[in-house]
Design a protein around this ligand. Sequence first.
Ligand code: NAG
Ligand code: NAG
Ligand code: NAG
Ligand code: NAG
Length: 263
Amino acid sequence: MKLLLLLPFLTAVHSAVVPAIDTSGHFHSNPLSAVAPKGKNVTIDGVLTYVSLPKKFDPTVAVLLLTDVFGLPSPDNLLLVDQWAAAGFQTFAPDYLNGDAIAIDGNVTTWIVNHGEAQTTPPLLAVVKALKKKGVKQIAATGYCFGGLYITRLVQNNTVTVGTMAHPSFLNVPTDFELMKAQSHIPIEINNAQLDTGFTPDVALQTDAVMANGQYVPGYSRRQFNGVAHGFAVRANASDPVQVAAKQGAFDTSLSWFKVHLK
Ligand SMILES: *[C@@H]1O[C@H](CO)[C@@H](O)[C@H](O)[C@H]1NC(C)=O
Ligand SMILES: *[C@@H]1O[C@H](CO)[C@@H](O)[C@H](O)[C@H]1NC(C)=O
Ligand SMILES: *[C@@H]1O[C@H](CO)[C@@H](O)[C@H](O)[C@H]1NC(C)=O
Ligand SMILES: *[C@@H]1O[C@H](CO)[C@@H](O)[C@H](O)[C@H]1NC(C)=O
């Protein structure tokens, strides 16, 4: 009886790919940031990777950071990697955009043609494999925008230990979460923005409908940040306290999630 009542609701929800936000919809902080990145570019199994290491860290644990479409050329992304290192983790951001990050005024529609899963997955998995070979036993994966799809895949595929993503795009809701629920044992957390026009609050609620209230047994949590838009976890206008607090809040939420789920 209960199932019958639910059916009209289920058929009314259409599964859809979360659209990408055009580059013009991203705020960029001053690229000539006063703070210089502290990490280094290294080549791991043929893949350019920005690596930031804290003074002291557990070599069996690593943070894998999957950037947005602006990739390693964006200082904001490098500083975010450094922020994870400052929290005590060796942190790796592979250039899974294959040396072709989008320009600040680039066109996502034309750019994405050469950045599908077929092109993006091999460099990403090469670095994951190399980390595991190096003795990393637990990978905490964090992804932003474009990176959200790949966090979803890594979690669905049980490739990492724990995942978190902010304002994800390109994933299919609710289908990708149904698949996650069907085959994953990896906890996942989402930070979303009230003003995101891609992963909207409505899409977030569709995600909750599959995952929340204990439905996703490995662990699910979502936090919405009000008054901010897509990209808020990567870039904040330093003169806007709401943006600054949301960016820090997303970081702190992801960090707590990792601490709870890493052994
Ligand atoms: C690392 O490589 C990226 C992409 O080529 C470049 O933009 C960045 O400045 C480099 N960073 C460092 C610290 O060398
Ligand atoms: C991006 O390129 C597509 C395909 O060429 C075009 O339809 C669209 O209008 C472009 N978007 C912008 C914002 O220029
Ligand atoms: C996850 O698994 C699917 C199905 O086997 C595969 O197509 C995809 O490339 C994998 N992605 C990642 C990031 O591991
Ligand atoms: C940054 O925030 C300040 C204060 O709200 C505002 O005056 C300024 O226009 C913002 N800058 C950008 C680039 O949005």
